[in-house]
Design a protein around this ligand. Structure first.
Ligand SMILES: *Cc1c(COP(=O)(O)O)cnc(C)c1O
Length: 524
């Protein structure tokens, strides 16, 4: 059998190592698929083009000498190639996505329809502003609702993801400290407090900006104690970055006291708002004493990660940080709405933007989707979505608590339920093995080994968009797997996945040494 340099067959439909149960390499009606370079050939084309007429080259001898070697396929071959590959992609539209800390919820088709309206979808960012008044009004409306839902007086719309929003909020905090030092003198602050359970982007953002990170230990119950924050506070602390609800799926009970302590120490409170889906319409972060918080539009207001992207991470800001919000921003004038891009040419009105984060105004398509979600749900619908997200997570928690183990005891969670691996002790099965066995059952694995404060963590977030029937099926399947694990059927787990197109891959090597260029097996 001809193999390429990676040891993969070079013809479609030849049995591969991982899927040798059939002669063809296909299984059921799912097809094995080779690389497009392996099934196409350079001398084939899907279109019939006329011969190029005789001409003289004008490239000064720089023209290509050897053929480019692109694979040629007919249209049906091309269609089949990409459709087969697409069937190997798991998506929120094909099944439950239990990943925790990364809300994957249904993205209503209405959102897509609105985002594709030519008046929004076909705009160019350099169009004269008087021709895009509707888009500017939409941004203004979205900004208004985000401020209303969070109880915060300002918002920067342009950040393009949660992590980008963290950078935005922390740059505003840094600008506020710099302005204070310029005004009153005093030392620069160089430390950012980050609890142990934080998402990796939090310490990464702080470190990227040159801050040193001081870690705050979690309590036995998975939350942060105000005493621990107090003990870590000092005059060189610029901010705390706290996630609420936190990545253990718990609401921080001392969040108000923590905000007070941080402010008393002259520092600011950055809240990672990625878990806002649990509290929209229930809690306004501004009421908790937060100074800056990013909102992942792609987690809270549908358009999930993996649902086609891109992301969008607007940042709401307190009155203390509002003057430092980045450019650009929308203002309303007598002549209409205007995107202000250059403060030096403006009156300023007390604004001192720290700069700008993006070339243009942000992710327009995401703004349209998020506003569509808000308007179609209404205030009551958004509140109901949060309540159902929490209810669904607790339904799974209670459905599995007799088989799985909960690291912080048997108590209610917010939008995601956290289990650890102590229930697997003695079975020879790890969290990873269990996750691989879920793939065989047709489920995308939950978030594994995060948060780091829990051994062998399994973090499950069903979101509000799953039905009771879907949750029951999930609980039934995971329960059956757990029973199999406890009854000594280790092979089912250690050899999983048995039915996936590929089995266990070296994921670290794939990430560290990606092979992005195709080398033909026949080339030297
Ligand atoms: C997803 C997430 C982030 C980062 O958001 P991105 O949009 O992926 O950059 C930060 N913190 C938490 C808790 C998250 O879940």
């Amino acid at each position: 059998m001809p193999m390429n340099t990676q040891g993969r067959p070079t013809q479609p439909g030849e049995a591969t190592q991982s899927n040798a149960a059939t002669f063809s390499g296909n299984s059921g009606l799912d097809h094995e698929e080779a690389l497009i370079f392996e099934i196409g050939s350079a001398n084939k084309s899907g279109v019939d083009l006329p011969e190029i007429p005789a001409h003289t080259q004008r490239l000064g001898g720089l023209e290509r000498r050897a053929p480019i070697g692109l694979p040629g396929l007919s249209e049906p071959e091309t269609m089949r190639h990409y459709v087969r590959l697409s069937r190997q992609n798991y998506a929120i539209d094909s099944g439950l996505y239990p990943l925790g800390s990364c809300t994957m919820k249904h993205n209503a088709r209405l959102n897509e329809k609105m985002a594709r309206l030519p008046g929004f979808g076909d705009l160019h960012p350099l169009q004269p502003q008087k021709t895009v008044q509707g888009a500017l009004i939409l941004m203004e409306m979205l900004a208004g609702y985000l401020m209303e839902l969070t109880g915060m007086p300002a918002v920067a719309l342009s950040p393009k993801a949660g992590a980008h929003g963290e950078l935005c909020g922390m740059l505003a905090i840094k600008a506020a400290h710099d302005a204070r030092v310029a005004r009153e003198g005093g030392a620069k602050r160089s430390v950012v407090l980050v609890p142990e359970s934080a998402h990796g982007t939090n310490p990464a953002t702080a470190a990227f900006m040159g801050y040193s990170v001081r870690s705050i230990p979690a309590r036995d119950d998975g939350t942060v104690a105000v005493d621990a924050v107090q003990a870590a506070l000092s005059p060189d602390v610029a901010a705390i970055m706290l996630t609420n609800p936190n990545t253990c799926g718990l609401f921080e009970p001392e969040v108000v006291a923590i905000a007070q302590a941080v402010h008393d120490a002259g520092a600011y409170f950055y809240c990672d708002g990625a878990n806002f889906n649990a509290i929209v319409g229930k809690v306004r972060p501004g009421d908790l004493g937060i100074d800056a918080m990013h909102i992942n539009l792609h987690k809270t207001f549908s358009t999930p990660h993996g649902g086609g992207g891109p992301g969008s991470g607007p940042v709401v800001l307190s009155a203390a940080l509002a003057p430092y919000a980045p450019l650009p921003f929308v203002i309303k004038e007598a002549a209409g709405y205007r995107l202000v891009e250059d403060i030096t040419r403006e009156s300023g009105e007390g604004r001192q933007p720290f700069g700008r984060l993006t070339a243009f105004h942000g992710q327009m398509g995401m703004f349209v989707r998020a506003l569509t979600y808000m308007l179609s749900h209404g205030a009551d619908g958004m509140r109901a979505a949060s309540e159902d997200a929490v209810l669904n997570a607790n339904y799974i928690r209670v459905g599995l608590r007799d088989l799985f183990s909960q690291p912080f005891g048997d108590r209610p969670c917010m939008h995601e339920v956290l289990f650890d691996d102590s229930w697997l002790k003695g079975t020879g099965i790890t969290t990873l093995d269990f996750a691989k066995a879920m793939i065989d059952e047709g489920y995308h694995p939950m978030t594994m080994y995060f948060p780091l404060v829990v051994h062998g963590a399994m973090l499950i977030e069903p979101t509000e968009s799953e039905s009771k029937a879907s949750l029951d099926q999930f609980i039934g399947t995971l329960g059956a797997l757990a029973s199999a694990a406890k009854s000594g059927d280790a092979q089912r787990f250690t050899e999983a996945p048995r039915f996936a197109p590929r089995r266990r891959l070296d994921e670290t090597k794939a990430a560290r040494e990606p092979r992005l260029v195709y080398t033909s097996p026949t080339s030297p």
